[in-house]
Design a binder for this molecule. Structure first.
Ligand code: SF4
Length: 109
């Protein structure tokens, strides 16, 4: 992925290059698609700013999953990546590249 064109759900995503040059927080946040995420920890391993935490999916989030998402969730033990420190994201894009499920996108705030 180029790091500059991550789109979806009509949300605008800014250039990661701009963020990196400025090293600023508060420009984008990572959004994790729980229907795709399997809690494999790749994002935790690569994020330099400890944005992610992998843990059991909350009941309310589980209820929001698609039918297939619920089946997948049961298969991988219901583990997903939350973003308790999303405000520390500097849009380096490492998590987007590292996620084997392509579950993460960066969204302009
Ligand atoms: S884009 Fe970089 S700083 Fe932001 S959550 Fe992903 S790995 Fe962490």
């Amino acid at each position: 992925m180029s790091g500059s064109e991550i789109t979806g759900n009509r949300e605008k995503v800014m250039s990661t290059h701009k963020c990196l040059e400025e090293g600023r927080t508060g420009l984008v946040v990572p959004i994790v698609d729980f229907n795709r995420c399997e809690g494999k920890d790749a994002c935790v391993a690569v994020c330099p700013y400890n944005v992610f935490e992998v843990r059991k999916i909350d009941r309310s989030d589980y209820r929001e999953l698609s039918f297939v998402g619920k089946i997948k969730s049961r298969v991988h033990g219901g583990m997903v990546a939350y973003t308790p420190h999303a405000d520390q994201c500097r849009a380096c894009g490492l998590c987007v590249k590292a996620c084997p499920e392509r579950a993460i996108k960066l969204v302009k705030v």
